[in-house]
Structure formats: structure tokens, C-alpha cells
Design a protein around this ligand. Sequence first.
Ligand code: NAG
Ligand code: NAG
Ligand code: NAG
Ligand code: NAG
Ligand code: NAG
Ligand code: NAG
Ligand code: NAG
Length: 415
Amino acid sequence: MPTFSLVSLAAIYLAVTVVAAGSANHTPLESVTLPSEAFSALIPQKILATANTFNSPPSYPQYTDRVAGTWQWFTPDTWTTGFFPSTLYALHTRSQLCQRDAGKLKETDWLALGRMWSAAEVPSETHTGVGHDVGFLSFPFMDELNVEPKNSSAITAVNDFAKELAARFSPIVGCTRSWDAPDPTDFQVIIDNMMNLQVLFASADLTGNDTLRQIAISHARKTTINHLRPDGSSYHVVDYNSTTGKVFDQRTSQGYADNSTWSRGQAWGIYGFANMYKNTQLHEFLVTSRHMASYFLDHLPANGIVPWDFNAPLHPPRPADTSAAMIAASGLILLAQQELAQKPANASGADVYVKAAVDLIKTTTDLAWKPSWQSLLSNGTVNNPQLNNLTGIVYGDYYYIRAANDLVAMGLASC
Ligand SMILES: *[C@@H]1O[C@H](CO)[C@@H](O)[C@H](O)[C@H]1NC(C)=O
Ligand SMILES: *[C@@H]1O[C@H](CO)[C@@H](O)[C@H](O)[C@H]1NC(C)=O
Ligand SMILES: *[C@@H]1O[C@H](CO)[C@@H](O)[C@H](O)[C@H]1NC(C)=O
Ligand SMILES: *[C@@H]1O[C@H](CO)[C@@H](O)[C@H](O)[C@H]1NC(C)=O
Ligand SMILES: *[C@@H]1O[C@H](CO)[C@@H](O)[C@H](O)[C@H]1NC(C)=O
Ligand SMILES: *[C@@H]1O[C@H](CO)[C@@H](O)[C@H](O)[C@H]1NC(C)=O
Ligand SMILES: *[C@@H]1O[C@H](CO)[C@@H](O)[C@H](O)[C@H]1NC(C)=O
């Protein structure tokens, strides 16, 4: 019974928190107060309205225009396709976590909508132009397996996407290739790729194929060495020579400069390395996630608004990226869960990350909660060098919902 298992999940988190409090001289994590918008009736209302928009041939929302906040639609073979179906699964989770009804939260069959919206992704399993982003495309299928572990089409999807990502692994480089370049010896890896590794663990769990886990571990280790700077900041892109395995460039694509730190990349890293630790229990990945989190939090400006790049000049005013803020909030919550899972639990570390996540949610809500737009949030920056800033973004909205759900599931916030 999904309702029962989610309630037990919340109870387990509560138990972990209580045990953490009792086992050492740690204070229990204090409950937090999220802005009321985080559980607003507008969330299910807007998402249902978008879900009821059926386009033929199928297309998926990615970002809005800058003025009216109207969704722009993209073909299924786009790296962001999985986020809208996963948002529907996140509302399915929310409808079970929250006692209180808000708008159409309780009366909507979010699971049926999530399943329907995943279906158009299926042709991408064997023919996709998204390269390493098969990991992002697989999100709703991994969501489905959390609900129905025996769903065979979701199992097939996860295994197929994992196989595609594994086929992009080079033993010489030690990474999976992110972007294809005209020169095949130019082997490009982007920090975002850390988010795609989960599909390898999901498939390894389904098939018992340990090679997939080893590929993820190798990729993450190389990324720690070559994407991170000593202060915990990150390069967006590293170019390896596929013949020699040597690094020949460390640079940016979507950031301000080669030596700057693009905030969304930094956020993917916090989340991706916390997730590596969760899957492997290898301490090195916990250390890397903490290091990236410290850089992110130490470089927030006084007003707490996450800029699109931490090193972008202040004049003219630099656009925010609320998607980076919400990915970081979700990543910090995942990191806090790993701190709580330490023996003994690191409650003080977890507390710092939970509070920082809540601050990001508050600041983002104050800046960017946008009732009149189709998206939940404004002030996302898709790609500033391509002049695409100040929009709603599907993955910003997704992580806004997820972060609030996760805090409820941990027993720290209420709907
Ligand atoms: C199984 O999962 C797929 C994809 O996630 C979905 O489209 C389908 O409706 C699900 N099947 C059942 C029987 O729930
Ligand atoms: C495990 O996965 C790798 C990568 O996709 C593949 O090459 C290998 O054949 C798989 N092993 C088995 C036993 O299926
Ligand atoms: C990679 O190294 C090979 C062998 O040294 C060389 O021929 C090739 O030009 C290099 N590729 C790049 C992109 O630097
Ligand atoms: C990046 O390099 C430029 C030019 O060398 C330098 O002025 C700037 O301070 C550097 N920025 C960072 C964040 O290291
Ligand atoms: C947020 O977006 C609004 C327009 O939607 C813009 O006027 C404002 O400058 C933006 N603020 C930041 C910090 O990006
Ligand atoms: C607890 O977490 C904090 C923040 O990540 C970290 O600095 C500290 O070393 C951790 N303490 C232990 C005992 O692991
Ligand atoms: C944001 O995008 C607009 C065009 O859409 C561009 O004119 C502007 O320079 C960008 N803002 C910054 C500070 O880069």
C-alpha cells in the first residue's frame, strides 16, 4: 500500500532523528517552517492545468517566456523531458504525505498522470539524441519503480537508459562522455553528468550487474579530481583526450568565465556527490559533497539570492538562477540525510544543511513565487551566454516541490 509505506518512511526518518538525538549528545533536528507558498493550492492547480494540455505530437515544457510566463514546449528527445512527469510523481507523493487538502491535491490521480506523461518518452530508450542525459530522462521510470517495483516497462526503460550511458564510458578516460564533439578524441565531461549516474545504480540493483556501479564510481572519482578546484568550486566542462586520457582543457560553457563557478553546476555537484555517497557509502564522496556545499553557501551574497554564476559581475545587475537555488536546496537535504545516517549520526552537520536549504527556499519564494505565470517560480536562468534568463524552468519547479516534500518526509516540516 503506497499510503502505508510513505507513512512508515516518515516514521523511519522520525526514528532516525530521535535516535540521533538520543545516541550522542547531539541536539535533535529542530522542525522548520517553510513559506506557505511551498504547499499552496496553486501548485496542484497549475501543474494539473499543464498536465491537461495534451499536444500532438507529444511535447514537454522546459522553460517559459520572460514576460507572460507561458511554457515553451520541446520534443520528447530533449534533456529536460523527464522533469514534468517526475513532477507529477512528486505530487503523487505529496498527496500521500499531506493530510491537508490543497486545491486539487487529494482528488487528482497524479500517478495516472505521471504514467501517461512518461509514455511518450519510451521511444527515446533506444534512440535518443541526448547523450549522457539519458540519466535525466530516466527519472520518472525510477519514480515508477518506487511505486510499483514490478512494472516491466519501467524496468526496461531504466535498464535501456543505463546501457546507453554505460556505452559512453571510456576506460582510458575513466568517465562517461557527456557531449559529443566533432573531434571524437575531444572527450567532454560536464559537472551536470553527476546527476545521470543514478540510473546506473538503479539498473545495477535490478540486474546485479556490478560493472554499472564501477562505472559510476570511476566517473565520480575523476570528476572530483578534475572538475573541482581546491576551494570546492567547480569547472563546468573538462575536456579529456580520449586517446591518452589526459585533461587538455578546463572551462565553461554556460558560466561567466572558464575560471568562474556556474551556480547550477555547483548545485548539481552537491546533489550528485551526496547521491554517490548514498549509493556507495564511500566516505570520499561525502567529503566532496560537503566541500561543494561549503563553497556554495559561503559565496551566497548578503541577500541570499543565488546568482546565475558566483563570479558574474554585479553591474549590470546579474540575473538570479532560482533553479540552481532549488537544486542546491534538494542536494543539501540529501546531504543532511547522509549526515544523519552516520554512526553516530552527525546531527549538527545535518542541522546546518537543513537550515541552509530552508533559507534558500524562503529567499527563492520571496524573489520568484509567481502566481500569474504557468510556472511556479520565475527568475530562472537557462543559459545566460545564450541570453536566456529570467524565466520559469521546469526543473526549478520540480526541485521546489521535492525539497518541501523531503522535509515533510523527514518529519521536519508540515504541509
Ligand atoms: C508502467 O510504467 C510505465 C512507464 O513508467 C507507465 O506508462 C505504465 O502506465 C505503467 N504500467 C502500469 C500497469 O501501471
Ligand atoms: C554489464 O553492463 C555492461 C555495461 O553495459 C555490459 O557491457 C556487460 O555486458 C553487462 N554484463 C552482463 C553480465 O550483462
Ligand atoms: C589527442 O591525442 C592524440 C595523440 O597524442 C592526438 O593525435 C590528438 O590530436 C589529441 N586530440 C586532442 C583533441 O587534443
Ligand atoms: C579569472 O581569471 C581572470 C584573468 O586571469 C582574473 O582576473 C580573475 O580574478 C579570475 N577569477 C577567478 C574567480 O579566479
Ligand atoms: C527577477 O525577475 C524580475 C522579472 O521577472 C526582474 O525584474 C528582477 O530583476 C529579477 N531579479 C533577479 C535578482 O534576477
Ligand atoms: C558533521 O558535518 C559537518 C558539516 O558537513 C562536518 O564539517 C563535520 O566534520 C561532520 N562531523 C562528523 C563527526 O562527521
Ligand atoms: C539576460 O538576457 C538578456 C536577453 O534576453 C540580455 O540582454 C541580458 O544581457 C542578460 N543579462 C545579463 C546580465 O547578462
